[in-house]
Design a protein around this ligand. Structure first.
Ligand code: ADP
Length: 599
């Protein structure tokens, strides 16, 4: 409590007033004493002078009574006067104190003063005894001369100073009491003055403490325009600014948190010491790791096994330094691209690294498919071209002369040109559909009729392979909303595949059924079938189980892709069910026309 400014103020006031009172008191008492002693001195000097004049022409050794008479008067005014003769005994000739008459003056009075006066020097001495009971006095001595200016004696005057010192003691007493009173008043007034100064400061301090605890609703009441008022004003301004800045920061942080939490990419932030300070939910999901596990572990510990180039230890020694990109192949078939960059502190020093994870699995897959597709197209075009080129060269080199051989060669060239044309046509069809360039001529068609037509179309091919191609249709028409030619193309592709991949003498069954809202076409063969592992990829462009065989049969590897694309546009479904050497069943589902469904 005594450390507070209030008490410091009071102490300072107290000391100031105390010092002032002591200085004034000492000065006053001193002056008072000097003044009174001066008055006594003047008084004694005056009396001595008048006595010296009256005693001058008198033979006072002989007229002791006259002398005694002269000084008796002064007894009444409380003064002691001694006339001392110039003899060896320093005899007191007359005195206001009759009991001292004829005594040796040096034994009663101050001897040094008496001796000096007989040498012609007047003297003065104040006696202020230290012991109690003794009285203080002023002693003055003046030599007496005869007409030849010889010292004949001395007048010794003694004035009791008790009264003056009593008055002085009383004055000191009064002054001490006045000082004590003044000090009490000082403490009292000082307390209120200090309170008026420290009160607002305390108010600001208390409110600043509340502000530090996060309560920004504090307002300091301004009671004056002085420095303390300005302090309060400044505090209020500071509070308002701080509140708005913190609000802005909190809004920004919230925005940032929301963005980081819901962003499609994963984000991890680590310090240079490897302490992971943030990992958003997406990052945890991508890395399949628990938040507490990643936060507890060193950054390098988590990432070393995923890609050792993505560790602080590696980056510290790598020339490319703190920003770049690394790929991570996760065990569970996901590919992540990790882009990393450093972040700095306010001094511009490296503080840590932020790593952004992107799931590029799909992108990688597409990229691989694109590469594979380009390689496939090039290969598919190159093979017939090489054949055409070599046969043409052989013809030009003279094979033409042999008509039979020439015709055979030209047939091969024709077949290969057809295959190229088919390939280009199929590719164009796929690409047109990809880019929505295909014009679909959709209308109400009878599916029964289309299947029948396709089966009829291919019956010659089946016959050539001595295969049985059966169609089990429906008596009445099955109405679907479709592009007739495209659906026919699908059926031709699928049925011709069944013929192609079924040995001679095999059996192919085509059926059409109608369920509640779908028409289902089923094409079943008892051919070579498709191995289980190839089934999921059967609809990919250029995917073939046995490339050589397919090519030999005139296939392009695009038939099923085109079929699926067409069926998808018709909002239908195509599915292949097969077993290696156990035949294949292709299921095509198309939605029935709405009106029909209503009936
Ligand atoms: P292709 O022009 O090679 O026939 P498709 O896209 O029509 O191309 O078929 C892709 C691959 O699927 C074929 O190469 C073949 O290996 C396999 N396939 C398709 N249909 C059948 C089937 N009915 N029986 C056995 N394999 C089939």
């Amino acid at each position: 409590m005594f450390k507070s400014i209030r008490w410091k103020f009071i102490t300072i006031y107290f000391l100031l007033v105390f010092m002032a009172m002591v200085i004034v008191g000492v000065f006053l008492i001193n002056q008072f004493e000097q003044y009174h002693l001066g008055v006594v001195r003047d008084n004694l000097t005056q009396i001595a002078n008048s006595l010296r004049i009256s005693l001058k022409d008198m033979d006072w050794q002989k007229n002791k009574e006259d002398v005694q008479e002269n000084i008796t008067y002064y007894e009444k005014i409380g003064m002691e006067i001694y006339v001392i003769g110039r003899d060896t005994n320093f005899t007191i000739i007359s005195s206001t104190n009759l009991s001292y008459l004829n005594e040796n003056a040096t034994e009663i009075l101050e001897p040094d003063l008496i001796l000096s006066s007989f040498n012609g020097d007047p003297g003065e001495k104040d006696i202020v005894p230290k012991e109690e009971g003794l009285t203080s006095s002023k002693n003055m001595v003046f030599p007496l001369y005869d007409e030849h200016s010889r010292v004949t004696g001395a007048i010794y005057l003694r004035q009791n100073l008790e009264e003056i010192y009593n008055t002085l003691d009383q004055s000191i007493n009064i002054l001490i009491r006045a000082t004590i009173l003044a000090l009490f008043i000082t403490i009292f007034v000082g307390y209120f003055i200090a309170k008026s100064v420290t009160g607002p400061i305390n108010d600001v301090t208390i409110k600043a403490e509340k502000m530090a605890r996060g309560d920004f609703e504090q307002v300091v009441e301004i009671k004056s325009d002085d420095e303390i008022g300005q302090l309060g004003n400044m505090f209020n301004y500071l509070m308002a600014r701080l509140k708005s800045v913190l609000q802005e920061m909190s809004n920004e942080k919230q925005k940032m948190d929301t963005i980081i939490t819901y962003m499609a990419d994963g984000l991890i932030a680590t310090t240079m010491e490897g302490k992971v300070i943030h990992a958003n939910p997406r990052a945890l999901e991508m890395l399949r790791i628990q938040e507490k596990d990643i936060l507890e572990k060193h950054f390098d510990e988590t990432f070393k096994q995923l890609n050792e180039r993505l560790t602080i230890e590696y980056l510290q020694n790598s020339p490319a330094k703190w920003s770049g990109s690394q790929m991570i192949e996760m065990e569970y078939g996901i590919t992540l691209r990790a882009n990393y960059a450093p972040y700095m502190n306010e001094k511009g020093d490296l503080d840590g690294i932020i790593v952004l994870f992107q799931d590029v699995t799909e992108y990688e897959k597409l990229e691989n498919m694109r590469k594979e597709f380009v390689a496939n197209v090039s290969h598919e075009l190159k093979t017939p071209l090489t054949t055409i080129k070599s046969y043409t060269e052989t013809l030009l080199e003279g094979a033409m002369e042999n008509q039979e051989l020439g015709k055979q060669f030209l047939n091969v060239i024709d077949n290969e040109a057809d295959r190229m044309a088919r390939l280009v046509r199929d590719l164009l069809q796929l690409s047109n559909a990809d880019y929505q360039q295909t014009k679909w001529d959709k209308k109400e068609v009878d599916l029964n009729y289309i299947v029948e037509k396709a089966v009829l179309n291919l019956s010659v091919s089946a016959k050539n392979k001595e295969q049985e191609l059966n169609y089990k249709g429906l008596r009445e028409g099955v109405s679907v909303w479709a592009d007739e030619n495209r659906i026919e193309q699908v059926l031709l592709n699928v049925i011709s595949n069944a013929i192609k991949y079924t040995a001679n003498g095999g059996c192919i069954d085509v059926s059409l059924e109608e369920t509640q809202n779908h028409a289902t076409i089923k094409i079943t063969d008892n051919g070579m079938g498709i191995p289980k592992e190839d089934l999921p990829r059967i609809f990919e462009r250029f995917y073939r189980v046995d490339k050589a065989r397919s090519r030999e049969m005139g296939g392009t590897g695009l038939g099923l892709s085109i079929a699926k694309q067409i069926i998808d546009v018709h909002e239908g479904m195509i599915k292949v069910d097969s077993r290696e050497s156990g035949g294949t069943a292709v299921l095509i589902e198309l939605p029935l026309l709405q009106e029909k469904m209503c009936n």
